[in-house]
Design a protein around this ligand. Sequence first.
Ligand code: SF4
Ligand code: SF4
Length: 435
Amino acid sequence: MQTNFTPAQLSDPHVAESESILRKCVHCGFCTATCPTYVTLGNELDSPRGRIYLIKDMLENGRPADEEVVTHIDRCLSCLACMTTCPSGVNYMHLVDHARIHIENTYKRPLTDRLVRATLAAVLPYPQRFRLALRAARLGRPFAGLMKRVPFLKTFGVMLDLAPRLIAPPSNAAQPGTWPANAEKRGRVAILTGCAQPVLKPEINEAAIRLLTRLGVEVVVPEGEGCCGALVHHMGREEQALASARRNVDAWIKAADEGGLDAIIITASGCGTTIKDYGHMLRLDPAYAEKATRVSALAKDITEYLASLDLPRQEEKTMTVAYHSACSMQHGQKITVAPKMLLKNAGFTVRDPAEGHLCCGSAGTYNILQPEISSTLKARKVKNIEATKADIIATGNIGCITQIATGTKMPILHTVELLDWAYGGERPAAISPSP
Ligand code: SF4
Ligand code: SF4
């Protein structure tokens, strides 16, 4: 794509990067076919190519974001299916990240929108605040239907609907500490506790720690680590996202320098995509660029790391698993083989739902901010998953687990919960004794 940025504009490294991304796009439109919002809405401006044109026009003309740009960029899930499809290697992720920062810096959203976004940014990344908010949601839930009919309160009604009915007590696995290897030691890793996951489903990291230690891997939760920053990063709140990234980089580099680390394990693929991008996010910060690159290189999804441990084959089970590959897993991190290979090796029969490349509509805070499109995508995803007639669903991202669970009665678990069970752990509570 031809671009017309001035030398002055290109002296801004963010603009220079976006320009080099834009120049790679050859307008072929292959990406439109796999874009969930284009497939759902049928509008070229809700396709990757359409959004690329909008971003180019906005940046080239040095214009503040307007309502049209904001509408179509807000509808983007950041699922990155377009990056998997694109034959020209267009880095849509970094382009849309830049566009979102530009929107945040130049566009004044309506008051309700600002309130909702400020609330999400102030609550979700902080487990204690999030836990309190979920407790409060229990009181507000009876009014969710009413709130969704009032435009000003609609999004708050959606949040109440999404809040889980049961809140697990705080887990030890989310506290700083060391879990020693329970077999001959063969590695040492840090594990990301994160923000929403330990509140919504602490069983995930508990299963990961049990499994890893049983396999001879020492696991540490370093003091100081927390939210990866993805939630606010996708809202264009760059300073908040970078502050989270720096705090985690400090915590993990300290743990690596003190006791050595073979990997930083991540059990939420949405977080994994962001942490693997820390090197890029902090590239312009001389104090952090090198350390952040080191952290990104150490970051591994739990299934990537387990695949390197060469686990023994287990007896075949009668249980069939529909594997839902989160967008951040398959498009963001390009991890497509390891989770299914591990499940098969553990004795499960694995089925692939149709249209596996399409997002379930969770996408961080998307199911709160874009509830209509999100619901349409969820219904499509659930229909495809249920058509597999599997006993259970496995996936590797808390956002997808929360989203899909609200649309089906099928049990849904994190892949590592099934692997922990298959390799000597307890049967997950979500699975009935005789499926
Ligand atoms: S990230 Fe997903 S929703 Fe956004 S343009 Fe690409 S394919 Fe479409
Ligand atoms: S597939 Fe790639 S090159 Fe083709 S229009 Fe989409 S982003 Fe541009």
